[in-house]
Ligand binder design. Structure first.
Ligand SMILES: [Zn+2]
Length: 153
């Protein structure tokens, strides 16, 4: 399957976070110049997601104009436009875009709150920023929201 890669404009930071959590390689830099964003997208074969109609008119640019200001509508639009699936190749760090790697439970000791270490079995680590991730209590709410985006009832 062809795996889409994205470059997200400065207005769409929350959308970038969710695409990374789904596992999609997503470039996001809040202070990047439009011209640099276009050059990067072309060089790396990325689809630009933007709320700026001018950006979608640049020659040689593959872009999707994001219609809504609501992050869930935005995510739904991107999922449908490119037939995205959940977790094509594992989650990515919402901050760095790096693919998370499994972390042994023993190795997580001392790096997460004690109650988390005692109650969780599976941990992942970002190889770039070294943050440790686990399936926390927020996951149920997150999964429910994603189920709506992907029309899984
Ligand atoms: Zn990271």
């Amino acid at each position: 399957m062809h795996e889409h890669r994205f470059a997200v404009d400065a207005m769409l930071g929350r959308l970038a976070t969710w695409l990374r959590l789904l596992g999609y390689d997503t470039f996001y830099e809040p202070h990047i110049d439009d011209r640099v964003l276009v050059e990067l997208a072309q060089a790396e074969g990325r689809i630009i997601l933007t709320r700026d109609v001018q950006l979608t008119k640049r020659r040689g640019v593959r872009a999707l104009l994001i219609a809504s200001g609501n992050v869930w509508d935005q995510l739904r639009q991107v999922v449908r436009a490119f037939s995205l699936v959940r977790r094509p190749r594992g989650r990515r760090c919402p901050r760095c875009n790096a693919v998370l790697t499994p972390l042994a439970r023993e190795a997580a000791a001392g790096r997460v709150p004690a109650y988390v270490w005692q109650t969780q079995d599976a941990f992942h680590e970002c190889p770039a920023c070294r943050r440790v991730f686990w399936r926390g209590t927020h996951i149920a709410d997150m999964e429910a929201r994603l189920a709506k985006v992907f029309d899984e009832e």
